[in-house]
Each structure stands twice: as C-alpha cells, then as structure tokens.
Design a protein around this ligand. Structure first.
Ligand code: FAD
Ligand code: NAI
Length: 468
C-alpha cells in the first residue's frame, strides 16, 4: 500500500455483509478498517434482527409447549408453567451481547480496526468517520437497511404501543391484542412470538395473500396453518391510520380496493411493511455515486459500483434482504479486491421463515416458471406420510419439488416443516451441483428423518412415492 492511503480496504457498516468482508479482507493480507456508528458490531442481524428474533422464537416455542398442555400426549404433565418475560428478554439480550462481542473479538484477532462513528464520503477515497478522516484505496459500502415507515403512522418504540421490529423485540408486556401492519416475514415471525406468549394477533395485509414472492401453494397452506394457530388474517386490507390514546391504539382499516372503514382496538401495533436501503447521510454524491429509484446502489457481478474502487454489498444493493446473502457477498467482494475471483450464485439464495412450522424455499416458484414459459414437472409429498413426523405429531406441511420437464434438473424446492430451515440446505447443495429430481430420489436418506420427505417428493416428480 502506498503512503497515500491509511487502509487498503475501508468497510462502511459491520452487519453480516460488512464484518465478513472486513475479516476476509484482513485474512487476505489487506490492511482493513470497518466503520460502524452503532455501539456494538454485527449490524441489524445481530443487534435487532436475526439473532434476537430467533432467541425469542425459540424461548416462546418452549413456553407454549410447556404451557399449552401439548406435551401431555408424550406423557409429560406440567402444571403452573409461568412466563417470566423479563428473564426471557434477559436471555435474548445475552445471546445478542455474546455474539456482538464475538465479532469484536474476531476483529481484534484478524487485526481489523474498528472506526467508531458515522461514515460519510469526502471523495472517492476519503471518508469522514466521526471526527476522523481516513483515506482508503478500496471502500465497501455495507450500510444495510432500515424499517420502511408507513406515512401517517408514527412509530415510538419507547412507548411500546406503535412499534417497528426493534420495538417488537422488547415490548414491556404481552399485549392483549397485537395488530401487524404487513403479513410478511417480520410480521409472521414476531407475531408468532407474541401469540405464543398470549396475545391475540391480527394481521392486516394489503395484498390478497400473505408472504409475497413465495410459491402460491406455500402461501395458501401457510395462511391455513397460521389461522389454525389463532392468527386473524385480514388480506386485501389497508391501514388508513393509527391513533394512540393513553395505552390503546385505534387502527383504521378498509378494503385495499376501497370501501367501508372499520376500526381495530389494539394494545400494540407492529409496522412491518418492508425495509429500505441505508444511503442517506453517506454523501454518495461526493464520491460520484448515485442510487437507483429504490434508493439502492447498483453494482456489477464483482460488486463494484460505477466508481471502480467503491464496492457495495448486502441490503443496500438490489436483491433479497438476507443475512446469508450479505455474508457470501462479503467474502466474494473481499476476494475480488484481493485479485481473486469471488462469485455469489444469486439464483440459489435460500429463504427461511422461522415460524412453526418453518417455511423454506430455494430456486423458482411455480408461478415464476409459468410466467417464464418453462415446462416443468412437480412432485409433492406431505409430512402426513413421513414416519418421523407422524411419530413426533409434527405432520404440518409438505415438500414440493419442481423440475424441468425435459432435463429433470431441479428448478425449485419449497418446504413447510418444523425442520424446513435445516432441510433446505441439502437441496441448495444438490441444485448447486445441477442435480436432477432423479439424483435426489436415488440418494439414500437416513430413516427415520423428516428429510425422507425430500426424497419422496423427488420420487413423485417422475413416478410415485412409497409412503402416500
Ligand atoms: P446491516 O446488518 O443492516 O448492517 C449495516 C450496519 O451499517 C449497521 O450496523 C449500521 O449501523 C451501519 N451503518 C449504516 N450506515 C452507516 C454509516 N454511514 N456509518 C457507519 N455505519 C453505518 N435475515 C436472515 O437471513 N435471517 C433472519 O432470520 C433474519 N431475521 C431478521 C429479523 C429482523 C427483525 C430483521 C429486521 C431483519 C432480519 N433479517 C434476517 C435480515 C438481515 O438482518 C439483513 O438482511 C442483514 O442484516 C443485512 O446485512 P448488511 O450487512 O447488509 O446490513
Ligand atoms: P416483507 O416485504 O417480508 O413483508 C411486508 C408485507 O407488508 C408484504 O406482505 C406487503 O404486501 C405488506 N404491505 C406493504 N405495505 C402495506 C400496507 N400499507 N398495509 C398493509 N400491508 C402492507 O417485509 P418485512 O416483513 O418488513 O421484512 C423486511 C425484510 O427483512 C424481509 O423482506 C426479509 O428480507 C428480512 N427478514 C428476513 C427474515 C428471515 O430471513 N427469516 C426475518 C425477518 C426479516
């Protein structure tokens, strides 16, 4: 590195994209710093996203099992199971601090310098971080995303009545009635947490189905399962306003196509209508950069922006806003800067909703294949036919395999199952290797496991499964 620069690589943002990019760059021998304005490292994911939400999903599932009498069938009688919300929150906070502290440790171990403060460009190589100005040969923008506000609905996480996902991770008490504005991933995950802890949950979704972008049969079956669990789902409905009086909120709703207004009285309202990229305050224009009309930074396949020494990854660029995608891009971009060939296969990014059952997908939906005019075959296998699921009384869901009608190459797999998030990994790997449905059908799967349902769904593509 010439004396002209303080660092070979400066990463802006320490989420799963940024911290992974910084560590990989340092591992490849590049002098690296990472700017982060939060008090702790790890970004949205570790601080207020993936990790705290999964901590609460796990704990609330255990509570519901212990509390609801569901374990009695297995010969386990529990009386007097009680909720200690403060302890549940403390446990969640410990998970977060353990992992964010872990990133700090990894930065020290790999000699990544943490520059504390808000970063903004002075020019294409110069960035102001807090009071300090640093120059870097390469800069990676990994500033992530924030909650999209709903015009006219004011979020106040401190009051704990109208909240966003961050507020919903720390409600001071279980609301009697929680209204979710948006029936997407955040709503269903955090709605599940509070429903299990005792809240009545109403979902207000603008579109005619929940979980946009997912396979049609999955959306339909998921809605059925969530309704069975007690969710009140109002699709094709829009929120026209929320007012707060004392400790209560009044949510005004009407049909999306227009019609009579109704009101819902709620103790908490969660605004979860999507997330938007964080580019404001970066002074991108000083570096010669602009955003597209969705506020995202456009990049090429190597993650370089229109300014060749500036790269961008993660939620701030187009694509699914997922931590594992950001991580893989973090590794790839660092390798590209180091002169290697870092690639991410954006066609094969799995998605998982961590509700019960979990909902996992990879590749194309049936609707996407139809739209593209691709001829396909379909194999479906319900967990009702899976011995392990039946034994565990865990039969909700199915596996659906979509394969090319001519080549039999697997094009998409959709799973609803308590273990879907873990099971999807085998199909992602198979698809990375270009597997056909026959390859999966003739792969030996251990018995008795939920994964046998993947094999049987693959068998159903060209022939018949055994157990249904
Ligand atoms: P972020 O994680 O958003 O990190 C960006 C960081 O940059 C932040 O720490 C921010 O403070 C910092 N920053 C921004 N601007 C500046 C600046 N100018 N100067 C200095 N620092 C700056 N994804 C999954 O894959 N699985 C899940 O289970 C999952 N659960 C989620 C649950 C919730 C409630 C939420 C909200 C999100 C969840 N996500 C999940 C999405 C996931 O959190 C994001 O996709 C992921 O964090 C994106 O990583 P990133 O590195 O692009 O950005
Ligand atoms: P989302 O895009 O998943 O869902 C938002 C929902 O709100 C959509 O169904 C949309 O139609 C609806 N909507 C939009 N405007 C509306 C309005 N005015 N009234 C009623 N409904 C409206 O967004 P969400 O749930 O906020 O999550 C943001 C992102 O965070 C996700 O897309 C995902 O990338 C990430 N995430 C991932 C998780 C995971 O991987 N398990 C968990 C949580 C978040």
């Amino acid at each position: 590195m010439s004396n002209e620069f303080d660092y070979d690589v400066l990463v802006i943002g320490s989420g799963p994209g940024g911290y992974v990019a910084a560590i990989r760059a340092a591992q490849l021998g590049l002098k690296t710093a990472c700017a982060e304005s939060r008090e702790t490292l790890g970004g949205t994911c570790l601080n207020v996203g993936c990790i705290p939400s999964k901590a609460l999903l796990h704990a609330s599932e255990l509570y519901e099992e212990a509390h609801s009498g569901a374990l009695e069938k297995f010969g386990i009688k529990l009386t007097g199971a009680k909720l200690d919300l403060n302890q549940m929150m403390a446990e969640k906070d410990e998970a977060v601090s353990g992992l964010t502290g872990g990133i700090e440790f990894l930065f020290k171990k790999n000699k990544v310098t943490w520059l504390k403060g808000h970063a903004s460009f002075e020019d294409a190589n110069t960035v102001k971080v807090g009071d300090e100005t640093v120059r870097a040969k390469n800069i990676i923008i990994a500033t992530g995303s924030s909650v999209t506000p709903l015009p006219g609905v004011e979020v106040d996480n401190g009051k704990g009545i109208v909240v966003d996902s961050t507020g919903a991770l720390s409600l001071p008490k279980v609301p009697d009635h929680l209204v979710l504005i948006g029936g997407g991933v955040i709503g269903l995950e955090l709605g599940s947490v509070w429903r299990r802890l005792g809240a009545k949950v109403t979902v207000v979704e603008y579109l005619d189905q929940i979980l946009p972008g997912m396979d049609g049969e999955v959306r339909k079956e998921s809605a059925k399962l969530f309704k069975k669990q007690g969710f009140d789902i109002k699709t094709g409905t829009k929120v026209t306003g929320v007012t707060v009086k004392g400790k209560k909120a009044t949510v005004s709703i009407e049909p999306a196509a227009g019609g009579d207004t109704e009101t819902l009285s709620a103790d908490a309202v969660l605004v979860c209508i999507g997330r938007s990229p964080n580019t404001e305050g970066l002074a991108l224009e000083k570096a010669g950069l602009a955003t597209n009309n969705r506020g995202q930074i456009e990049v090429g396949h190597d993650f370089a922006t229109s300014v060749s020494n500036i790269y961008a990854i993660g939620d701030v660029i187009p694509g699914p806003m997922l931590a594992h995608r950001a991580e893989d891009e973090g590794i790839a971009v660092a390798e590209n800067i180091a002169g290697q060939t870092g690639i991410v296969n954006h066609d094969l990014i799995p998605g998982v909703v961590y509700t019960h059952p979990e909902i996992a997908n990879i590749g194309k939906t049936e609707e996407e294949l139809k739209e593209a005019g691709v001829k396909y075959k379909k194999g479906k296998f319900p967990f009702m036919g899976n011995s392990r699921a039946k034994t565990n009384r865990d039969t909700d869901g199915f596996v659906k395999v979509l394969a090319d009608a001519e080549t039999d190459r697997v094009l998409g797999v959709h799973i609803i199952s308590s273990l879907a998030g873990t099971m999807i990994a085998q199909v992602v790997q198979a698809m990375e290797f270009g597997a056909t449905s026959e390859d999966i059908a003739y792969t030996c799967h251990a018995h008795p496991t939920h994964s046998e349902a993947v094999k049987e769904a693959a068998m159903a593509v060209t022939g018949k499964p055994i157990h249904i």
